[in-house]
Design a protein around this ligand. Sequence first.
Ligand SMILES: [Zn+2]
Length: 317
Amino acid sequence: MTRTLVFISVLSLSVILLSFTKDDKQVPRATIKTLIIDPGHGGIDPGAKGDFSTEAEVALAVSLKFGKAIEKEFPDVNIIYTRTTDVMAGNKRTKDEGLRYRADLANSSGADLFIAIHCNAAPDLHHRQLTGYKTGTVWVGKGKKKRKVTKKIPQYRHWTTPNPANGTETYIWAVNKNDAKINSVNKTEYYGEIDSTGSTTLELPDPSDPLEKARMLIYAQQYFRKSLNLADLVERGFQAQGRTYRGGVKQRNDKGIWVLQATGMPSILVEIGFVSNPEEERDINSDSGQEEIVENLVNAFRAYKQKLESKTIGASQ
Ligand SMILES: [Zn+2]
């Protein structure tokens, strides 16, 4: 009898202690206290180039306006920028160091959300047209049989035109290759980040490494659904504004969006438009275009924050 009582007391004490420990733990907050805004590229890395602007410039301008708008509406949210001027994040000397700095800054500041702003680009289209023939002499044959002949040589006119690709794309980290296939991105269709970070030496997570596997599982359980939710709000908003819809939220797990998998929090990468499309380049550089983009980002942030606070998106979903 006494032993049973002692056992029960020890058990209940353990339960109480455990519950305290649980409360003390860093349980994911059901709100956003710290937001990381990451203007892509910068300094030595201009990113994609348009006729008169670079991805780094546009991303910075929109990021700063977005931050100001958040500050105004949500004064309690602490905003951390990965850069506020045209430098590589953290004043680093290489793109890889810059990416690591971005991820380390986000992780060490215990941020609740990471939003990267980028621009897209697609290569010029090449054209050629036969304009006529020119008579010329060419050598044919080998050795002693080598002789000169007169030949008609076709003449071509070559020119390029800007790629008409336009619109927005919002990316989230695909937890595994199967997920990436659900909404796979055709590499020939996607240019921006592959071009600009293609030379990265940063490692992608190796699912056979137990530590990486554990981290990917945490991401899948805690951040994937939230990232998807926010990305979907952003894309739907852009669509409602009449921006070209390129198929909704996209999942990738290549090096181009390395920073998304390196941050231990919900994270999205927004491609706000194509600098390679002349009309869209003008729009994303204009005050009215940037205000519209910022308005959509703020709307998505507000809706996402409300969902978190009302617990309509949680860790288990
Ligand atoms: Zn970029």
